[in-house]
Structure formats: C-alpha cells, structure tokens
Ligand binder design. Structure first.
Ligand code: AR6
Length: 175
C-alpha cells in the first residue's frame, strides 16, 4: 500500500475514498472543467465542500486549457490549496496521453513551488472525460514517478480512487 522512493523519500499512497475528504493532505487536485465551475464528479464534490468562495476565486483564472493547472485556496475544505487541472477529453484533445501527463506534472510542480508537503489526486479524465482507467492509471503512475526526482517539498502523493475496481487497477501497476 505504501512505498518510499529513496533517495527522495516521497511516499506514494493508493487509497479508495473521496477527494473532498482528505483532511491530512495540504493540497487536493480537482478534475476541473475549462471554466472552473462546479460541474459533476470530482469538481462537484470539491466545490460543494469548499463553498461558493471557491468558484468566485476561480472566475478570473478561467478558462484553462487541457493539461494546464492553476492553484487557489481551499475555502471551507480542510486543506490549504486546491489545484485545478483540466484533463483531456478522451478521443478529442490530442495528444491525450501527453496532455494527461502534463496535468500530473504541472500539479506536482505547482504544489512543490508552494512548498506544500502533500498532495492528493483523483483519476483525472477517467470519469466524464472518458479516459479508459487502465491507460489513465498507467500515465498517472509513470508521470508521478518520473516527476518525484524534481520535487523538493512534496513528501506524500496520494491517489484517491472512487471505486474498488479503479483502486485495483492502480494497485496492479505497483507490481
Ligand atoms: N473523489 C474521488 N474520485 C471521484 C469523486 C470523488 N468525490 N467523484 C468522482 N470520482 P470526473 P473527468 C472519480 O468525471 O473525467 C466534471 O463534471 C470518477 O469515478 O470527476 O476529468 C467537470 O466539471 C473518475 O474515476 O472527472 C468536468 O466537466 C474520476 O474521479 C468533467 O467532469 C474523474 O471523474 C471532468 O471529467
């Protein structure tokens, strides 16, 4: 379940849960829409828990492009920051693998620049945007591991998967 990657000593955790309920993590990542509005899935859960102040703070930052990440405060969420990533729509935004990798890399580097020690991701693009979970998980895990050597402050990276099946897919990539 946990693994420490020496010499950078960054722990990568895989859990089943709700991204809006990760009180021990400083930065959570939103699977956003381009306009950074409430929406469904992850974005709905995060905005509902954060309250209307989050959408207000987001307004001047929108629209964002696929692969991009922007950071805001967390408002009523129990975290310090929210990083909003726009994942690619599968079959539309090309090259989707590179755009999805950019989401993870940009979010990690942004969190690190803010000197936060922990970050939690949902499976970006793997819901409404239609990215097959196996492909999305492989890109997420590879990008996380490729980016770890560049991190100075982030010590814990958590993938929060909504279903047991998605968790198992991520766990199978550990082997
Ligand atoms: N916590 C963790 N994971 C979740 C949660 C949650 N609370 N809710 C859903 N998931 P999605 P996308 C899983 O659709 O594909 C929105 O409407 C879900 O099962 O949230 O990037 C936005 O407004 C799936 O595996 O994000 C955008 O328009 C994964 O999180 C659009 O959907 C991502 O599902 C973004 O689509």
């Amino acid at each position: 379940m946990e693994r420490t990657n020496k010499p950078h000593e960054v722990t990568v955790e895989l859990i089943r849960g709700d991204i809006a309920r990760q009180p021990d993590i400083s930065t959570i990542v939103n699977a956003a829409n381009a306009w950074l509005r409430i929406g469904g899935g992850v974005a709905g859960a995060i905005h509902r828990a954060a309250g209307p102040g989050l959408e207000e703070e987001c307004r001047p930052l929108a629209p964002i492009s696929p692969g991009e990440a922007v950071i805001t405060g967390a408002h009523n969420l129990p975290n310090d920051y929210v990083i909003h990533c726009l994942g690619p729509v599968y079959g539309r935004d090309k090259p989707e693998d590179k755009l999805l990798a950019s989401c993870y890399r940009n979010a990690l580097m942004l969190a690190d620049r803010e000197e936060t020690d922990s970050i939690a991701f949902p499976a970006i693009s793997a819901g409404a945007f239609g990215y097959p979970i196996r492909e999305a998980a492989a890109i997420a895990m590879k990008t996380i591991h490729d980016t770890i050597p560049s991190l100075q402050h982030v010590k814990k990276i958590r993938m929060v998967l909504f279903s047991e099946k998605d968790l198992q897919v991520f766990e199978s990539l550990r082997a």
